[in-house]
Design a binder for this molecule. Structure first.
Ligand SMILES: Nc1ncnc2c1ncn2[C@@H]1O[C@H](COP(=O)(O)OP(=O)(O)OP(=O)(O)O)[C@@H](O)[C@H]1O
Ligand SMILES: [Mg+2]
Length: 255
């Protein structure tokens, strides 16, 4: 491709991205998500070819909004942490004690960028340890781009919204127990918000939402681990009458 064609191609892609943002009702009202800086970052990601187009919204969470995106036919998720309405103090508390991010101070934007990078690195570490998570692709300021679990018109449901056969429930419980142990014993991480809300199910469990996950140096790491174990055991006991905290603890080698 010649340089001129490449630039033309780029213009078209940015226009397309801009069009989709303008055209979508979802996106029009989202001034708190799409501030100028975030839009510029999205354009930059589009011009680098990381995304080709931006689609509709998947979810509005407490701290972030999630949208579909596409790149060369691959379906992606863009998670955008809101600058104005994020719980900035809580973010700092979760980063404090993490040697990777302990010294982040300054503006809200800087803290949220660090938080976004933290989620990216946590997902990567989890993936390397053998835990199935959405494959993280890139971050830029408050934007994280990752693999879409499920399909555009049919994203994988949260575990809390699926009814499993008993045998399948046992298999998933065992797999999640293994994941808690792999995170702790191999990735040196505690998820810190492990629950039926933050596990998707596409025939197998996929662990999501790792911004708050901490390394074992964090002063609250063992408390968070105990809470994760309780949450998962309680969910399976209540819904399926299987599993127990002891079964999960038997897989975790506590240091
Ligand atoms: N990679 C993904 N593929 C498909 N769906 C996803 C993906 N990541 C997140 N989602 C959907 O978006 C929802 C919110 O994502 P996530 O938990 O990461 O954000 P959050 O800001 O913590 O939201 P919440 O406050 O609701 O937990 C998830 O519960 C899930 O339904
Ligand atoms: Mg969540």
């Amino acid at each position: 491709m010649s340089r001129a064609t490449r630039e033309e191609d780029l213009d078209t892609r940015i226009d397309l991205l801009r069009e989709r943002i303008k055209d979508s009702d979802d996106l029009k009202v989202k001034g708190d998500v799409f501030d100028t800086r975030t839009l510029m970052n999205l354009y930059a990601l589009a011009s680098k070819g990381v995304i080709d187009a931006l689609g509709g919204e998947i979810s509005t969470g407490k701290e972030a909004n999630l949208f579909y995106a596409i790149r060369e036919g691959q379906e992606l998720v863009i998670k955008i942490y809101r600058i104005t309405t994020s719980n900035f103090q809580a973010m700092q508390d979760y980063m404090h004690g993490d040697p990777r991010f302990g010294n982040i101070k300054g503006t809200k934007r800087a803290v949220i960028s660090a938080w976004t990078r933290k989620e990216f690195r946590n997902l990567k570490r989890a993936e390397e340890a053998g835990v199935r998570v959405p494959h993280p692709i890139v971050t830029r300021d408050n934007i994280l781009i990752m693999e879409l679990i499920g399909e555009k018109d049919n994203p994988a449901p949260q575990l809390r919204n699926v009814d499993l056969e008993l045998d399948e429930a046992k298999r998933i419980f065992n797999k999640l127990s293994d994941y808690i142990s792999l995170l702790y014993n191999k990735a040196d991480l505690v998820h810190a918000d492990f629950s039926e809300f933050n596990v998707l199910y596409d025939g197998d469990p996929v662990v999501i939402d790792m911004g708050q996950s901490v390394t074992l140096e964090h002063p609250m790491a063992s408390k968070f681990l105990a809470r994760d174990v309780t949450n998962i055991a309680r969910y399976f006991e209540k819904k399926y009458g299987i599993g127990s905290e002891e079964e999960i603890w038997s897989k975790v080698k506590v240091q």
